[in-house]
Write a protein that binds this ligand. Structure first.
Ligand code: NAD
Length: 502
């Protein structure tokens, strides 16, 4: 193994994919893409602007208005989605290799994410053929039914933390329901998305149904242009809460359908009666897996005071044993952060943390990894709730640990941030666990568990962590209109207007 491992056949440039063809930006503009181990530029990606989005939306709209996709039987669309899942599965190692190289995720975790992407397609392929809609009977008078319809062109905007998987999480339901799409992947990590066109073509997806425009998010660039395009009635966005607010405002004049999966600062609460071995293992994994670049990371750990010292000692020791390494090395547990800008942000929080809490593990670059975006798993303890490292999303391998004395204090600390994405609770007291789950301000709660997700369950956050839910039928609801059709079965009993003088 060497530190400058480069996958074979790496492209040197990637283009947009519009109406079944790879194309450059109309103005020819490109941007640099770096790999995070040496931060060298290895790729030029086409940089989309308003005109490129116009072109992609026009293709998607034509495919929606005139093409076969929205008109196919669900079973036919489902077959194509299953083929997509098969192809993704058959290329999982290649996908993982590219994703890991581009994003710095450890290769074993990138492989898990590639398989999860296949599973997302399979899940929505199955769900759409099982889809049944409601009818409402008024005996002898009326039957009313729901006519579910795809909406049109869905704009999908995704972040860089698990790029391919998060794209599949939106593409699966958007396509299953018969919409056509324009995907705008994150500018830090466009590589794995460049594989979708070939996968979709091979699976038999008609041209124009899937369109991909690379580029930045800000005003005048691809993301902003997609949000402001009048022919895109839906935006599904995953990213930072601040970006979500901007998109919300920009979509308002168009009254677009919005689904927002945003940031988090999720608590993991460990009570004294918990299985301590399991709680330590899970809370280590919960914040250091995916390099800590995980929206649902349990990045604040609240520990009951009677076990606090023991927990801290064991936690710090175990964090010190987490293996930081090159992303391509199968032994690596924490790889390189995605980009030097993000690395600087995480490192600035490490410095802030040194003034706000007591550092017991990590705190900088790990030995032997002085170049590239490597951060040692970092643990701050005795962190007060007013601290910035308690309140703000760091999105790296940095955790804040805080003691509590009783259930009420634990709950109030857990709810004491603007976020509300996930919460993890460790206790063997059933009553306490359920009471806590019901009162904690979080879209998703795991009791004595890592965040193992069942794809049927609602996914989403409350407060600054999101708007709306996806997952299972909620995704189908987001990507469809439910038209109510009313049918009269009996005599027509209209109130009579305008009969006088007839
Ligand atoms: P980001 O908000 O900076 O960017 C996300 C995407 O939005 C990118 O594709 C970007 O180009 C685009 N974008 C930026 N400004 C835009 C604008 N004005 N209009 C339209 N598009 C715009 O987020 P990021 O740094 O890529 O990702 C990390 C964030 O994502 C973290 O906050 C993390 O918690 C969050 N996240 C949330 C979930 C979830 O499901 N809740 C999942 C993964 C990541």
């Amino acid at each position: 193994m060497t530190d400058n491992h480069t996958p074979a056949d790496l492209p040197e440039r990637i283009q947009h994919y519009i109406d079944g063809a790879f194309v450059d930006s109309l103005d020819g503009d490109t941007f640099d893409v770096l790999e995070p181990v040496s931060n060298t530029v290895y790729l030029q990606a086409a940089s989309g602007k308003v005109a490129d989005i116009d072109r992609a939306v026009a293709a998607a709209k034509k495919a929606f208005d005139e093409g076969p996709w929205p008109r196919m039987l669900p079973r036919e669309r489902s077959r194509i989605l299953h083929r997509i899942a098969d192809i993704v599965e058959s290329r999982d190692k290649r996908l993982a290799e590219l994703e890991s190289y581009d994003s710095g995720l450890p290769i074993t975790q990138a492989l898990g994410q590639a398989r999860r992407a296949a599973e997302n397609f399979r899940f929505f392929a199955d769900l759409i053929v099982a889809q049944a809609d409601d009818t409402y009977k008024v005996p002898g008078r009326q039957v009313n039914y729901v006519n579910r319809k795809p909406i049109g062109v869905a704009g999908l905007i995704t972040p860089w933390n698990t790029p391919f998987m998060l794209e599949s999480w939106k593409l699966g339901p958007a396509l299953a329901t018969g919409n056509t799409v324009v995907l705008k992947p994150a500018e830090f990590t466009p590589l794995s998305a460049s594989l979708w066109p070939e996968i979709f073509e091979e699976a038999g997806l008609p041209a124009g149904v899937f369109n991909l425009v690379n580029g930045f998010g800000e005003e005048g660039f691809a993301g902003d242009s997609l949000v402001k395009h009048p022919d895109v009635p839906l935006i599904s966005f995953t990213g930072e809460s601040r970006t979500g607010q901007i998109i919300f405002a920009n979509a308002a004049p168009f009254l677009k359908g919005l689904s927002m999966e945003l940031g988090g600062k999720s608590p993991a609460v460990v009570f004294a009666d918990a299985d301590l071995d399991a709680a330590v293992d899970a809370t280590i994994f919960g914040v250091f897996s995916l390099n800590g670049e995980r929206c649902t990371a349990g990045s604040r750990i609240l520990v009951e005071r009677s076990i606090y010292d023991e927990f801290v000692e064991r936690y710090a020791a175990q964090a010190g044993r987490v293996k930081v390494g090159y992303p391509h090395d199968p032994a690596t547990e924490v790889g390189a952060l995605v980009h030097p800008e993000h690395y600087e942000k995480v490192m600035s929080y490490v410095e802030i943390g040194k003034t706000e809490g007591r550092l017991v593990a990590g705190g900088g670059q790990p030995e032997g990894f002085e170049t590239g975006n490597f951060v040692a798993p970092t643990v701050f303890v005795d962190v007060p709730p007013t601290a910035r490292i308690f309140q703000e999303e760091i999105f790296g391998p940095v955790v804040a640990i805080t003691p509590f004395d009783n259930d009420d204090e634990a709950l109030s600390l857990a709810n004491n941030t603007k976020y509300g994405l996930a919460a993890y609770i460790w206790t063997n007291d059933l009553k306490r666990a359920h009471n806590f789950a019901q009162n904690v301000e979080a879209g998703m709660v795991w009791l004595n568990s890592n965040n193992v997700r069942d794809l049927r369950t609602p996914f989403g956050g409350v407060k600054a962590s999101g708007l709306g839910h996806e997952g299972g039928y909620r995704s189908i609801d987001f990507y469809t209109d439910q038209q109510a059709v009313h049918i009269n079965l009996g005599e027509v009993h209209n109130p009579v207007f305008g009969k006088q003088g007839r």
